[in-house]
Design a protein around this ligand. Sequence first.
Ligand code: RUQ
Ligand code: CUA
Length: 654
Amino acid sequence: MKTIHFNQIRISLVGMALMFLGCNPQGSGGSDGALSSSAAEKVYIAPGEQDEYYAFLSGGYSGNLTVYGLPSGRMFKEIPVFSQFPTSGYGYSEETQPMLNTSHGFVPWDDLHHPDISQTNGELDGRWIFANGNNTPRIARISLSTFETEEIIEIPNSAGNHSSAFITENTEYVVAGTRFSVPVPQRDMPINEYKGNFKGALTFISVDPEEGHMEIAFQVIMPGFNYDLARPGRGESHGWFFFSTYNTEEANTLMEVNSSQNDKDFIAAINWKKVEEYVAQGGGESVAVNYAHNLYDESTHSATSTMIKKVVTVDPTQIPGAVYLLPTPKSPHGCDVDPSGKYIIGAGKLSADVTVHSFTKMTEAITNEDFDGEAYGIPILNFDNVLAGVVKSGGLGPLHTEFDSQGNAYTTFFISSEVVKWELGSWEVVDRKPTFYSVGHLMIPGGNSRKPYGKYLVAMNKITKDRYLPTGPEMEHSAQIYDISGEKMELLYDFPTHGEPHYAAGCSADLLRDKSKKIYRLDENNHPFAITSPAEARVERDGKEVHIYMSTIRSHFTPDNIEGIKVGDRVYFHVTNHEQDFDVPHGIAMIGANTSEILVMPGQTKTIVWEAKQVGVWPFYCTDFCSALHQEMQGYIRVSPANSNVELSWSLGD
Ligand code: RUQ
Ligand code: CUA
């Protein structure tokens, strides 16, 4: 059955491709033709004015997160998360290298898909944003005060960490579900023995309510399906978490065909409160693993990496009432929960329709033991009796759904390249607008919470083609902003994104603007190599290591000239920025340095290492145009032969 649908979709894909080639939509602004001046006004933020919303777009294979303003579509910042970032020295500086440590060693990149903002009572609270590293399974926590990555935790027993990083409605947990099932524990075994032997770990990471620190609370070891996306229950379904699955066939080869055999896969419903109780009472098994927990300390401006050796795993069949499977047609991708928590939406990506499950009916079916078999001991609920409705969309290839505050849902359709607006409860389609082209995720600020803002919708498209001036074979992806305040959606604006945005998260500017950090206070700087004033600047030799305690302030380095360095020395520049003004970083770059420059914020200390390899007099300079005399902000290192007896000396510039 499903194969037939699959072929139909293939035909449709070809059809769509032909349509793209045929109609050459160059310059078209959407179904309404060229943008009207009223649309232009809606996205125009006059010079000096500020946007209404923040949007945090995942950077996909860039490994990072980008910050935009809505409705302007202006990019404000790229926040390095899983990738080394020469712009600030993240992952290059001595202080931040531990952030990228893993059980596989130093892994300076990843594939970041899903950001999610912390919540209290199901509403965005703007403290942190969490995001997943897909490739080497990791979850990061980023501060929404400093806009810096503060913590990264690796996920053991996981592979292709995709149904992540979504949070429960009081940020009790951030979840990380495995996309690929693997042998748990990892071992040498034939791949064709996958079925029944590989497992899918769904990891619940507890979040400390004060500091946000993460700790793996437990892993639910599920059957060997692929766990694709996830959403928390909220409101009445708080306490549950929902994960979409595909490949319930447990195929391991020619997946394109073999994992599309079953007419329905599942949404797995996990009662995490039950699992939590079970573990609190000593349930589960403590198993040996090895994973990194990396923590950045804002007061020492430094990260540490700790290897952790144990994790608690639970077998869901041992916990009565903890896990159920909801049959969901056609290899569901998106799994979304509406603001009330009553509906769980499964978007079968090989389907035209969107399946909506009812949370109330689900609990009734559980009480009545209205089961339709089981999978590896996990009860499968009766499809018809948990179904709330089906959205007859008329589109093809539904992926993801977000919500407004008026009881409407918006689903993206990858194959038919459109966003379809429909009404919760009646399941009627209200409106549809094309996207350009092949939309993946969409984001409505607050759309994954009890309180969506419901004014703008951002569609993130996978194919850009003719939307911008061509830039060689590779184009940045395109995002589009729609006004959704009226009955009909209105396309307002296109803007390019960085990397491949998957999901995004947005919130009102008011939530973050006033608490955004402006400086680090010097009197709170506990970095072991910090100096409190330029007067303390000095150079110390320790064998072949040389430590420069350096100060920067407009517009000089102290010390500026250093002699007595010898070939073979490792020279540490510990740079404290003594400015206490907002937006006055200094940078430092040293000729031949093979890490990167570092950008040091006011009140902060950062370190780069430079290896003295060649005799000579070598300059360094400030990389950030910090004042009218920025070009004067420079110094020299004199490097003498290894056996020279030039004394260590430095100039303090006075
Ligand atoms: S994915 S386009 Cu979230 Cu990685 Cu759906
Ligand atoms: Cu400091 Cu330029």
